[in-house]
Design a protein around this ligand. Structure first.
Ligand code: AHR
Length: 492
């Protein structure tokens, strides 16, 4: 039995649509094969970009897309990815399997893809192995509206008008693959590079500093103390695995009840991370001008047997759907500080929303959660307090229910609920003092098995269904939530 108190009379902050953002890296089959097939491909495409992927991503309204990495970003030299394809030099993708990168997907292709899917571009610049000049020229090439060597080059490559570039990251994981820097050193370098990431014409760049790994609070402290005046956002990366031991990732599909529990527990850890990093940010930025940008999150399991270990290709089950629901509820509930989040990664890598095999494409349970939750984008967060029973395993307990609620500008309230328990249904009574809803509808994502997932042979094994297991009585709504399920209710 769980209780929710929902105050529909008090709006406590806008949920930035960018919380529903994604991340696509030059890694495995995310870009090549996943997004880009080239203009000559028999797979239906628009200028080399897969039409099925474009349609699927438009449907979930992805607001922002981060590219080209990840670790790849700090090895990427953007000038290699412009101009005629046959003249673009190849490089070795050292981080991700040592494969040859032919640079056919570059700046123009990425920005075209963003236009086609209706997302804002978020480019992560190379600080680890790139120069200040290279970073400055990239921004000039994309956004400058006057005459300059960079804009002449852009015109020569077929684009005379500048693009809008709203988000730019200055390096990625610079404590690790992005240069193994100390926080103090990165903060100084950030200040130098950020100086040259300029606003040209009407383009205003939201500058994002490379942030902490997981619970490295020292990193956040130093960056906020030393460089806050030059940043708009500070990032945070955290991946959910089966164990907190990095070497034990666990199978994506073949797991026990214990492993289900530990993944739920590890997903909920995001709440603590957001709170603790935010409290450091509050000290230096009490007005919350600077956004916490969780630009890499999601599950990280063992790769599918027989696939390249460096390509990070994993299946995606109902368990991943719950992880997505938990994270999005946490981000919604902290929308005063969390201004963007980017699921890793869009296609064929880690907690992908889409998987492809040649010309075939399927969407994952995680995709469906993004589709169900999209109603929260740009809506106003409502205060909601949940008291639920615990889900206990081997002496450890976590709450059974995760939830968030918002009201959109048509006055429809959406409540997203996750029942984390794999075996116990939950009756949830939701009190909404002073409010009577005329019409309620819902959708549910669940399945019989914990590891239910979609395959190329059975692409609709896990898909949302209409949900009607609720009753309304004098302003109280009672919801009967099956075990291991995600529900979104629309209350009008
Ligand atoms: O998303 C995969 C990798 O995880 C990224 O390249 C890196 O930033 C992180 O460690």
């Amino acid at each position: 039995m769980a209780y929710i108190i929902l105050d529909t009379g008090r709006k406590i902050g806008r949920i930035n649509k960018n919380i529903y953002g994604h991340f696509a890296e030059h890694l495995g089959r995310c870009i090549y094969g996943g997004i880009w097939v080239g203009k000559e491909s028999p797979i239906p495409n628009t200028d080399g970009l897969r039409n099925d992927i474009i349609d699927a991503l438009r449907e979930i309204k992805i607001p922002v897309l981060r590219w080209p990495g990840g670790c790849f970003a700090d090895t990427y030299h953007w000038m290699d990815g412009i101009g005629p394809y046959e003249q673009r030099p190849s490089m070795i993708n050292t981080h991700w399997g040592g494969v040859v990168e032919n640079n056919h997907f570059g700046t123009h292709e990425f920005l075209k893809f963003c236009e086609l899917i209706g997302a804002d571009p978020y480019i992560c610049g190379n600080m680890g192995s790139g120069t200040v000049q290279e970073m400055q020229q990239w921004v000039e090439y994309i956004t400058f509206d006057g005459k300059s060597p960079m804009t002449e080059l852009r015109s020569k490559n077929g684009r005379s008008e500048p693009w809008k570039l709203p988000f730019f990251g200055i390096g990625n994981e610079n404590w690790g693959c992005g240069g193994n820097m100390r926080a103090e050193y990165y903060a100084d370098e950030y200040r130098r590079y950020a100086t040259y990431v300029r606003n040209y014409g009407g383009n205003k760049i939201y500058k994002i500093a490379g942030g902490a790994s997981v619970d490295d609070y020292h990193w956040t402290e130093v960056l906020m103390r030393e460089a806050r005046h030059l940043m708009n956002g500070l990032s945070l990366h955290y991946y959910t695995r089966t164990s907190t031991d990095w070497s034990v990732k666990g199978s994506a599909t073949n797991f026990s009840g214990d492993e289900w529990f530990s993944v739920m527990k590890n997903a909920l850890f995001m709440e603590e991370l957001v709170k603790k990093h935010s409290s450091i940010m509050d000290k230096y930025d009490p007005d919350k001008r600077i956004g916490l940008i969780v630009d890499e999150w999601g599950t990280w399991f063992d790769v599918e047997p027989g696939t390249n270990p460096a390509f990070l290709y994993q299946q995606n089950t109902l368990r991943d759907a719950l992880v997505a629901g938990i994270h999005l509820n946490i981000f919604n509930n902290h929308c005063d500080r969390v201004q963007m989040a980017n699921l890793a990664q869009t296609v064929n890598v880690l907690q992908a929303v889409i998987l492809t095999e040649g010309e075939k494409m399927i969407v994952t349970p995680t995709y469906h959660v993004f589709n169900m939750y999209k109603a929260h984008q740009e809506a106003e967060l409502l205060p909601l307090s949940v008291s639920s029973g615990n889900y206990t395993m081997n002496g450890q307990s976590i709450p059974k229910i995760s939830a968030s609620a918002s009201v959109d500008n048509e006055n429809t309230v959406h409540i997203s609920l996750c029942n984390l328990h794999p075996a116990e249904a939950e009756k949830i009574t939701c009190f909404s003092p002073g409010k009577h809803f005329g019409r309620i509808s819902g959708k549910i994502l669940t399945a019989d098995k914990m590891n239910a997932h979609n395959t190329f042979e059975n692409p609709s094994a896990v898909k949302p269904e209409p949900f009607g297991e609720f009753c309304v009585n004098e302003g109280e709504i009672t919801v009967f939530m099956p075990a291991k399920s995600v529900v979104v209710l629309a209350l009008e």
